[in-house]
Design a protein around this ligand. Structure first.
Ligand SMILES: Cc1ncc(COP(=O)(O)O)c(C=O)c1O
Length: 388
């Protein structure tokens, strides 16, 4: 069977809305369009009931309570709210925040903002496979430490940090733990009754749900976490996040997470098989192809590769029939090389020779076969033309 073109291999950047998710959302754009805060008529009641049901589904999927789930506009907002909100709420007693050099900009930038507000921020390094050193984290935590933020899965190299151990360490030391789970949710088992995180960020559009919606889990017992809001207004979401709730998007996000969890094990196995096949094929036919990030502790659908002697941007341009990305799509508008690969110790030249393949639900064995052939041919062509 011929593969469809262009082939979409950029599932860390975003995913298509699943047909079942779209179906679940449509009534809330049409007849059930009410404002969930309208308490005086049935349009509002139906909208509120849909939000309640979605909150319950999300909470059940995460092992949380419904009153611990707060809807936001996406993981960017969830990360900002968790980090700025928790740090500012506790600033009188604790003013030290810890995060990691390979985090998403929506974690790093709020931490820089806290620095401008007088907090001290520690940026933990990673080893050449992208993992933090737990003993380094243990050493850096002190009486003034307020919050540790470490992502569950990296969006560029797919590396999975040991968040269970980090959560336990933070709990022992009385420090709050936030994890950006935008890439991990729906792909790995992730429950706050197992990983004792205090704050967890999710995004709708990374899990075959709609763009413009996300959620923040906020622990409400043992201990009850206090956050300062970022948005003020009508007092929605218990006063933590004012703004009319996007009911269709919230319904879609809950349906999307349920779908991912229903197929989680089988899909992880399938994607891992495809990813390993792609890697084996490229490394078998080309010299100088290196996998970035830990070989096993990674997202099943992530393959981030450095092609020695090749200019990644030129390679991307010549592979217009395959949707892949160089580094992070969120910052690909900027010409800067990836801060994640730099943290792994890559030179600028090697970072520029790197491409991220993100496999997902729609990716077939034919797609991989075809993409591998195209990449092999283009890399060979560029190398024989003497690039870069
Ligand atoms: C790890 C990670 N965190 C946060 C975000 C931001 O998510 P959103 O697009 O929902 O704001 C992304 C998206 O690229 C991501 O990959």
């Amino acid at each position: 069977m011929a593969a469809r073109r262009p082939i979409y291999l950029d599932h860390h950047s975003t995913t298509p809305v699943a047909p079942e998710v779209l179906d679940a959302m449509l009534p809330y754009f049409r007849e059930d369009f009410g404002n969930a805060a309208s308490e005086s008529h049935s349009f509002g009641w139906r909208a509120a009931a849909a939000v309640d049901a979605a909150r319950e589904r999300l909470a059940a999927a995460l092992g949380a309570r419904p009153d611990e789930i707060f809807f936001t506009s996406g993981a960017t907002e969830s990360n900002n709210l968790a980090i700025l909100g928790a740090a500012r709420a506790g600033r009188r007693r604790r003013d030290h925040v810890v995060t990691v050099a390979t985090e998403h900009p929506s974690v790093l930038d709020p931490c820089s903002q806290l620095e401008r507000e007088g907090f001290s921020v520690t940026l933990l390094p990673v080893d050449d496979q992208g993992l933090i050193d737990l003993s380094e984290l243990a050493d850096i935590l002190g009486e003034r430490s307020a919050l540790v933020s470490v992502m569950a899965a990296n969006n560029e190299i797919g590396v999975l940090q040991p968040i269970e151990e980090i959560a336990d360490l933070c709990r022992e030391r009385g420090v709050l733990f936030h994890s950006d789970a935008a890439q991990a949710a729906g792909k790995l088992p992730l429950r706050v009754d197992r990983v004792e995180a205090d704050l967890l960020s999710l995004s709708g559009h990374k899990i075959y749900g709609p763009k413009g919606v996300g959620a923040l889990y906020v622990r409400r017992r043992r201990p009850r976490i206090r956050l300062e809001p970022l948005l003020f207004g009508g007092g929605h979401e218990g006063g933590l996040r004012s703004g009319t709730l996007p009911v269709p998007l919230i319904v879609g996000m809950a349906a999307a997470l349920d779908l991912c969890l229903a197929e989680l094990e089988g899909e992880a196995k399938r994607l891992r098989g495809l990813a390993e096949g792609l890697l084996a094929r490229l490394q078998g036919e080309l010299s100088g192809v290196k996998l970035n990030g830990h070989p096993d502790l990674r997202l099943p659908g992530n393959v981030n590769l450095t092609f020695e002697g090749v200019d990644g941007d030129r390679l991307l341009l010549s592979l217009a029939d395959i949707a892949i990305s160089s580094g992070s799509a969120c910052s690909s508008a900027s010409p800067k090389p990836s801060h994640v690969l730099a943290a792994l110790g890559h030179s600028e030249a090697l970072s520029r020779a790197s491409l991220r393949f993100g496999l997902g639900r729609g990716t077939s064995a034919e797609d991989i076969e075809w993409a591998a052939r195209r990449v092999i041919d283009e890399v060979r062509a560029q190398r024989s033309a003497g690039s870069p």
